[in-house]
Design a protein around this ligand. Sequence first.
Ligand code: SF4
Length: 343
Amino acid sequence: MKKIAYFDTSHDMPEEIISAAGFIPYRILGQVHEPAGPADQYLPEYSCPFACSCLTEVLQASDSWAGIVFANGCDTTSRHFEIWKLHVNTPFIHWFNSPVEDGQSAVKFFVEELRRLIAHIEECYSQEISTTTLRRAISDANEVKFLLGRLSSYRAVKDISNREYFEAVKKALQGSKSQVIRELREMVAAWAYRPVFPEGKKRFLLTGSDVTYGEWMDFLDECGIRVVRDDLSLGERYFARLIPENADPLEALASYYLSIPRPAAKTSIARRVDYLLQAVRQTPVDGVISQNLKFCEPYAQESVTVNRALKDQGLKLIHLEREYTAAPDQQAVDKLHAFIETL
Ligand code: SF4
């Protein structure tokens, strides 16, 4: 099976359409270990480093993919689609215009966008996407989400490193769903027998810009922090809900994508705060890490209001701005150690 890669700054891109067409949906996550030189020549200097890294990956790997879908994401990256169209070598590139709003008119709009994507894929690959293949893709997607939810629930009670959880979600976003289901089932069975949550580690909620490389999750572990809840798209946003299986598949996908926890760029702040507060009511935490990647304006700006709302509820919170790098950041280590001392 070939991959159709997609760029998505949240969880807005309906990967079930790609699966239903017989391709593996592969989420582009950039290459933090590679210099972003190839992309820097096309993107403005103020672009966020994650977006530059994604374009670098695309410029290097697009020949091996069947095509690319670019989802309407944050304000910083939406117009990058025009740049990708000009400079990326691919037989298929599609703009998926997921709406910012989430009411009834947004559901109708989303369904039309799904139809447009289906028509474009069917035309390009002479491959029919039927109700039957869509239902199968939705069922597989739900199985993945259910299993990730089970794995996630072990984080607060078992010895599960931040990296292990991160890699499980990343696998689900980049691999063949049937293979991922097999591997996740084995992990669920194995994690049930893990030792209990380690003494000396603190339980944290993680929110803010997406963390897209495992080294940052290792870094938190090294600081004595276990992420037991989050609202990231490489995290709970991906599996917080299941897609309705008894409804019309397109209506079901539209209502699912518009009802999951949404990112900074796409939702009312109140809805994001509600999800975070609900998470800490379900899973008590010692503290909250709010962070934004340098130049990630959506999360930097929204963090002011979100963090105040969380602190008002008595949560201990630290905000960090981080570089896009896999190298250790001693300043952040010192800040986190000092913060943990206060808990
Ligand atoms: S890190 Fe922030 S600015 Fe960069 S793509 Fe994601 S949401 Fe947009």
